[in-house]
Design a protein around this ligand. Sequence first.
Ligand code: HEC
Ligand code: HEC
Length: 242
Amino acid sequence: MNTGKAMMVMLAAVILSATAASAGELKNLKVFPADTGKEKVIEVMKTWTSALGVRCDHCHVQAVPGDFQSFDFASDDKPEKGVARGMMRMVQNINGKLLPQATGENDAAISCVTCHRGVTHPAPLDQIMLMTVQTKGVDAAVERYHNLHERFYGRGTYDFGPQSLVPAIDILAAEGGDMAAAQALMDLTVELYPDDANSRVRLAHLLWRRGDKAGASAALAKALELDPQNRFALRLQQQLER
Ligand code: HEC
Ligand code: HEC
């Protein structure tokens, strides 16, 4: 089931039924039609909190933390509320214009969760890791990985599979990169997926490039033990024997 689509359908329903709602209830609607009913708005707000993994106070001023009565929902003082309005307009533009133009059909729709998937700053795991290596160093990046794994494993937010760090490792292992950091992320992958033959082959490649031929041979032997027909392993074996 496409939940993103279901939510967009819901958002569309909110906008369509707005005229039927009691008018003048809400004070400061700039993207929803001004006469949208309070219950409808709150229904959508609840989908946003789960889409972004936040609570109402992420975007709304709350005088006393924890006290629902002290919210000033009409206030625009929190910058996140302004960003969210921009995001609403972006989604409307994509669904109303850009997607139908691109696909020639009207039945496709995105919503907040299509991108956000439970976090405020959506990004693929390899990008987060690369950025953390570059700004805070590799130890902080490995720690971040473990924290994210603990919090998000089994949800749709990040791909924790054995391939997911490959793009980051490749960039770090490239000319002028950071070989030690590439090695640390490779070791992390092998530690988490000890039975993945392809990861062992990648480790062998990396060790070979770093001049550690014995280490490369050992990693390759392990790969072939796990998967004797692995074609990447067999190809690397030929190269190493040359
Ligand atoms: C991601 C940011 C975000 C979150 C989280 C959020 N809101 Fe909102 N809220 C907005 C924006 C943006 C508007 C204004 C929409 C517009 O201008 O049409 C709004 C408007 C409202 C309004 C109408 C206020 C008025 O009088 O104009 C209410 C009520 C409201 N939100 C309640 C909630 C509740 C309850 C929650 C938690 C369940 C919540 N919001 C979570 C961004 C958010
Ligand atoms: C096309 C992808 C996409 C969609 C759809 C999308 N967002 Fe975002 N949103 C992003 C990205 C990317 C960022 C982070 C930008 C950055 O890192 O500075 C972001 C940032 C935000 C932020 C600010 C981050 C913060 O600190 O809170 C808010 C609020 C937000 N989005 C709300 C929404 C809401 C509400 C919707 C649905 C109406 C939505 N977004 C739909 C991509 C999207």
